[in-house]
Design a protein around this ligand. Structure first.
Ligand SMILES: Cc1cc2nc3c(=O)[nH]c(=O)nc-3n(C[C@H](O)[C@H](O)[C@H](O)COP(=O)(O)O)c2cc1C
Length: 446
């Protein structure tokens, strides 16, 4: 049976929830499920915006045929070629012999790669700013490369002021009947999954997301229609601001994430004491055991907090495996602008601290304090060292809070290669862009 919801008079959501998927993109657990959104515009012409994942094609078909109510399909807009949005594309082309596909040149290449070039004559390539009139509606296409594949584009409906935003502004979690973000307590119940989706799916493409946010700022947008998660029709500033923070690697919370890797518990014990001393000083602190918390959640936390304490046991002259994986993941996500401290443990030749530093070195984080080394178990006299570390972190968090309250009078230097912004009085001579590696000659003062 069909299960659809109206977005407005002319647009209908014809997507579907999946609650049985073990891992999204083959790696990210989705305990709350995920939605695959597809939208249908009924105007003088009919337009389908993307299809869905293979898991939910039966529901999608029922929805589409119900919503079409006997009409044919004139256009399919392909915003993104990832198979979780294109599993039904070939079937649509076969069922609707006159349907035209609208997509970018790169998406056309990918359609050829995924399905063969037999449909090339059915494809109309769109460029930034191209428009399509469907009757009452005028659709304008907006290029969004690397959000999060290179072929991505979005559609702005000039008539209803809707931005069909592809994977941008998406969220993990099934909709459970709530199509609109204002039908749930988003900040309380969904923000964490939204951040986990953003950071893990598009987190490393901050400058590209920022470029789209800049384009969006010039459009009059009444609704955001992403390919996963809720449609936004209220409080758009809230979700746009969150994406601005994430895409520019600014923390949401001045506070401390303690991520630890402990085999037998002594590193964890030291981390617990540190957390107590921080909490006593009123510092927001959260702890994550890398052995049990999914890395995608810790990556998300790392985007949320301003300060990160990395605590790890030494393992075969290196970093304990789970911490090593986390740090490689953070490095791959190019998480910038963090302040950190290190706690290492080892029974004969502690080497975890050096190993951790090496992995995060390309991120250019600033170290708040010297590495604290534990030999097997914390000695009573080292409790004082933990107190000192907590004091330093607390002071640093407070300083960052004050800075946040009074925006810095420093300068902004923009990387001409990738758009990353460095803020400070002067750009260091040996500075390297944490996102693309470009040297200071590629930075322009704004
Ligand atoms: C397989 C294995 C390899 C280890 N390799 C080293 C090492 O190379 N150097 C070292 O100093 N300690 C090494 N250790 C010892 C642990 O780092 C040390 O016992 C530490 O105190 C464990 O902390 P935990 O209680 O938080 O797990 C190793 C331990 C294990 C189980």
């Amino acid at each position: 049976m069909y299960c659809v919801r109206k977005v407005n008079d002319d647009y209908t959501w014809i997507g579907a929830d999946s609650r049985r998927l073990a891992v999204f993109e083959g790696v990210f657990g989705v305990p709350e499920g995920v939605s695959y959104n597809s939208y249908l515009l009924l105007d003088e012409k009919t337009v389908l915006f993307d299809t869905v994942d293979a898991q939910v094609i039966h529901q999608f078909r029922e929805n589409l045929y119900h919503a079409l109510d006997g009409r044919t399909l004139d256009y399919i807009v392909v915003h993104h070629m990832e198979p979780d949005h294109t599993a039904e594309l070939e079937d649509m082309v076969l069922r609707f012999p006159n349907v035209q596909i609208l997509c970018t040149a790169m998406a056309k290449t990918m359609i050829g790669q995924f399905f063969g070039h037999v449909y090339d004559d059915r494809i109309r390539v769109c460029k930034e700013g191209d428009t399509l009139c469907t009757g009452r509606h005028t659709l304008q296409f907006v290029a969004a490369p690397m959000v999060h594949w290179p072929e991505v584009m979005m559609t702005y409906d000039r008539t209803d002021k809707l931005l069909l935003s592809a994977d941008a502004f998406g969220c993990f979690g099934a909709l459970n009947g709530h199509l609109f973000a204002d039908e749930v307590d988003f900040d309380r119940d969904c923000l964490d999954e939204c951040r986990r989706y953003y950071t893990n799916i598009v987190g490393k493409y901050g400058p590209q997301v920022k470029a789209v946010l800049d384009k969006a700022a010039k459009l009059d947008i009444a609704m955001l229609l992403p390919l996963h998660g809720f449609v936004w029709r209220k409080d758009l500033d809230y979700i746009l601001h969150k994406h601005l923070l994430w895409s520019t690697y600014q923390p949401e919370v001045q506070g401390v994430l303690i991520a630890y890797a402990s085999i037998y518990g002594d590193t964890e014990s030291a981390a617990n004491i540190l957390a107590c001393r921080l909490a006593e000083q009123g510092v927001p602190v959260t702890m994550r055991d890398t052995s049990v918390v999914p890395l995608s959640s810790i990556v998300s936390d790392a985007f949320k907090y301003s300060h990160i304490v990395l605590a790890s046991a030494t393992y075969n002259m290196g970093v304990f495996i789970c911490m090593e994986q986390l740090l490689h993941d953070l490095a791959a996500h190019k998480l910038a602008n963090r302040r950190y401290a290190i706690l290492e443990n080892g029974s004969w030749s502690p080497a975890a601290g050096k190993g951790m530093e090496q992995i995060i070195e390309p991120l250019h984080w600033e170290k708040v304090s010297d590495t604290l080394t534990v030999k097997s178990a914390l000695r009573p006299d080292q409790v004082l060292q933990l107190d000192t570390l907590a004091d330093l972190l607390a002071k640093d968090v407070r300083r960052a809070e004050e800075k946040e309250e009074k925006p810095a009078g420093g300068k902004r230097y923009v990387c001409k290669v990738c758009g990353y912004v460095y803020e400070g009085d002067t750009l260091p001579e040996d500075y390297k862009c944490p996102l693309c590696g470009a040297g200071p000659q590629y930075f322009a003062e704004q």
